[in-house]
Write a protein that binds this ligand. Structure first.
Ligand SMILES: *Cc1c(COP(=O)(O)O)cnc(C)c1O
Ligand code: SF4
Length: 433
């Protein structure tokens, strides 16, 4: 088999703030909107790359193109008063310190850590909190390697944005591979480790291997997951990057240790599977025996059409990947701009689900990853003469809640678990105070 050393491919070129103004003009924004979009990019991080710009975005359709909207700041995605204040500072040539202070104030109003991630889910080892890990559900530990706290491009809707903006108190990351192993050995209930970020595939294969290899003799560990959007944002990571083959060999070693390497791929839109390189990247990963499972949130203006999801799931199945979760946009950052109400999200999910074969119906959604657990909206029904949401926990901090249907009062505008009210006569919402 030809190795990546025999081939040449493009070199990763990040596209960041210095190139932003020119690309906003290319998208056809008028000068006032260009300024507002730049103001947004001082609050929420902007980063993309030459592959996304040249191969994924349809510039003729910008600024409405879904992939453009996936990575470029939108002039109206934050509250107008905030955007206008920062835009005035930008056009007045304000000092960097003043600009950063204004951006910081806006960030603090954006609910940077929804789901109380920092306080509730930080595990302890010998009584000390372990940073860079979350242990929320008994079976699965999340690990945030320090070198993986960025991505090949940033999604405008990302709930991990506090990790990218250099606000020290908002970050969580670990450099300690050994602590992870020691923690796992002390917790036989953990069968799965999910390495996440940012994007772990930003790391070199050698650094990733330093985290993965010590796990391969933890007896009760069944799977190692890598949460990544590299197949969408930089498929050359597994094709022609200098250490692409080392990554594939690492995946093979996980498989030969008797464990599954689950490649948790973030796919937002069927366009991401169109470039030939994107499809070859899927084939190469599958060739290692790793399983690709695909997930993404449902985002207004990016992927809020049932047709897009149906096409995405079909393309994934055709490539041998497994549709996994369709998420609801979280209650953080620009949620007001991107959220789709739960009732509408369920309609979109159902319409898409109805169009695909059983092989794609492995997907579950719409799912809210909320403080007490992952809640799926099963639909709307009439219960005792009242309109109600039917829901259940797919995952819960309290395993007793998993898999039991419950009801909430129907509300066509509710967007999150915390906005739901109990259905009169049906008891409180489980897991919610
Ligand atoms: C989603 C999630 C997991 C993994 O849940 P699965 O249902 O096993 O995919 C683990 N920990 C946290 C905090 C999560 O949000
Ligand atoms: S790839 Fe994932 S972590 Fe990175 S910006 Fe997008 S959603 Fe956030």
């Amino acid at each position: 088999m030809p190795t990546s050393r025999d081939r040449t491919g493009p070199t990763f070129k990040a596209v960041t703030m210095p190139q932003l103004a020119g690309l906003l003009a290319r998208a056809g924004l008028d000068p006032a909107d260009q300024l507002r979009a730049r103001a947004v990019a001082t609050v929420l991080p902007f980063r993309t790359n030459s592959y996304v710009v040249d191969e994924l975005i349809d510039w003729d359709a910008a600024p409405d193109d879904p992939i453009y909207r996936l990575v470029f700041p939108q002039p109206d995605m934050l509250p107008a008063a905030d955007v206008n204040r920062i835009a005035r500072l930008l056009s007045a040539g304000a000092a960097p310190g003043e600009l950063q202070a204004a951006a910081h104030a806006v960030r603090m109003r954006l609910n940077p850590h929804p789901g109380e991630q920092l306080s509730l889910n930080t595990p302890r080892l010998n009584g000390e909190p372990v940073h860079g890990m979350q242990h929320k559900y008994p079976e699965t530990v999340l690990f945030f390697p320090q070198q993986g706290q960025t991505c090949h491009a940033y999604c405008t809707y990302c709930f991990r944005w506090p990790q990218f903006v250099g606000e020290p108190d908002l970050r969580m990351a670990s450099s300690d591979a050994d602590t992870l192993r020691v923690y796992l050995l002390a917790h036989p209930e953990v069968t799965s480790v999910l390495i996440t970020g940012g994007d772990p595939l930003i790391m070199s294969s050698a650094v990733l291997a330093r985290y993965v290899e010590p796990l391969l003799d933890v007896p009760h560990l069944e799977s190692i997951r890598i949460g990544t959007k590299a197949l969408s944002y930089w498929p050359h990571r597994v094709l022609t990057d200098p250490d692409a083959d080392d990554l594939l060999r690492l995946f093979e070693r996980v498989g030969s240790s008797g464990r599954t390497l689950a490649f948790m791929a973030h796919y937002s839109h069927p366009r991401e599977l169109e470039p030939e390189s994107a499809r070859r990247a899927v084939d190469r990963i599958r060739g290692t025996g790793a399983v690709i499972r695909a997930q993404a949130p449902l985002i207004r203006g990016i992927n809020d059409r049932a047709e897009d999801w149906a096409v995405l799931w079909r393309r994934l199945v055709a490539q041998g990947a497994v549709p996994y979760y369709l998420f609801v946009e979280r209650d953080t950052g620009p949620q007001d701009y991107f959220a789709v109400p739960l009732a509408r999200a369920h309609e979109i999910f159902r319409d898409a689900y109805a169009q695909v074969s059983g092989l794609a119906r492995t997907v579950r959604g719409p799912i809210m990853s909320a403080t007490p657990g992952k809640v799926q909206v099963d639909g709307v029904a009439e219960v005792g003469g009242q309109q109600a949401f039917v829901l259940h926990y797919v995952q819960a901090r309290d395993p007793d809640l998993v898999g039991r249907p419950f009801f909430a009062a129907y509300d066509p505008s509710a967007r999150w678990l915390t906005e739901l009210k109990p259905l009169p006569g049906a008891g409180p919402l489980p897991g919610v105070d």
